[in-house]
Design a protein around this ligand. Sequence first.
Ligand SMILES: *Cc1c(COP(=O)(O)O)cnc(C)c1O
Length: 392
Amino acid sequence: MRYQVNKKGYYGNFGGAFIPEMLVPNVEELRNHYLKIISSKGFQKELGSLLRNYAGRPTPLYFAKRLSERYKAKIFLKREDLLHTGAHKINNTLGQILVAKKLGKTRIIAETGAGQHGVATATVCALMGLECIVYMGEVDIERQAPNVARMKMLGAKVIPAKSGSRTLKDATNEAIRDWINNPVDTHYIIGSVVGPHPYPDMVARFQSVISKEIKKELKSKFKKENPDYVIACVGGGSNAAGAFYHFLDNKKVKLIAVEAAGKGIHSGHSAATMVLGKPGIIHGSKTLLMQTDDGQITEPYSISAGLDYPGVGPVHAHLFKTGRAKFVSATDEEALKAAYLLAKLEGIIPALESAHALAYLEKLKAKKNEIVVVNLSGRGDKDMATYINKME
Ligand SMILES: *Cc1c(COP(=O)(O)O)cnc(C)c1O
């Protein structure tokens, strides 16, 4: 079985590029150049240097002793939470801004929901001196004021999306409209393994540094480069895609993707796409998504803004259908519990998204000597208001 994208941009039955005709030149330009650009020595050197000196890579693979005692397995945390801007998203925005520069682009656009990707994009634009426009739903702008302030301080222009539910989906539509109108000078930095080919593959490659480092670290520590389990949360699926990437072809490594079950999978307030989703097209690619019987996209819900996306990247739809990864879910309640537990046992406050991955440790029945890697995708500073609110 093949888990990487094929030449046509598909993972099994999922993926492709379902885009309006007016967007074809932009996407084609990227598709024709991205592999050559990324694989060049100069690019790798420049990106490697930025990841190391600016973003803070490699991130530690931390042995969580007290968590391991509790769950009776060898639990390691991949500390993406320690990166600049607080999450894995900077791996991708650094990669894409360099691609944009090689393509001669001078203007960057992005969409953002909670604002994490918007902040990571505004950051790399400031670093490179490029113009930055971030589309964000009007409702999200109100809910996520601190991230809006960050983006503005970094020099980005934040434009409210005022149509539909005025959230992420609508911001994405606005960004696409902008790109159609500015095909020559603009690059669109998508924030997860979603969108038309080649985005899912390009973003997965930029995030694959996560599994590359996990392998290297385990090899030097244990002379065994493969863990028994890798666990990651899935919104669009970029941190999971990166944490799984170099293990996909080794079936002995069990891959576990944790979605947000919100108030319960069948409560009507959830983002558990794999259980609830059916094949459909969203933002340019064919994948599994939550929709009504006549194909209208259902509004997703999760306590963590980074996970409430109605679809998942096509690679995950494929990993689900082939059974290569196991898809499970955690409710708001379970994620909150896991976050408090990590804070008390290890002195680390995780992002609410990452807390969903941690929550699965309650259900995982690993053996005592088995190595379990949990990808800690981000830190919890941005979620303090929610944590304080829910504290007993
Ligand atoms: C955005 C975000 C996610 C969800 O995005 P993926 O593309 O699924 O990784 C997860 N964790 C954190 C900390 C985030 O900021």
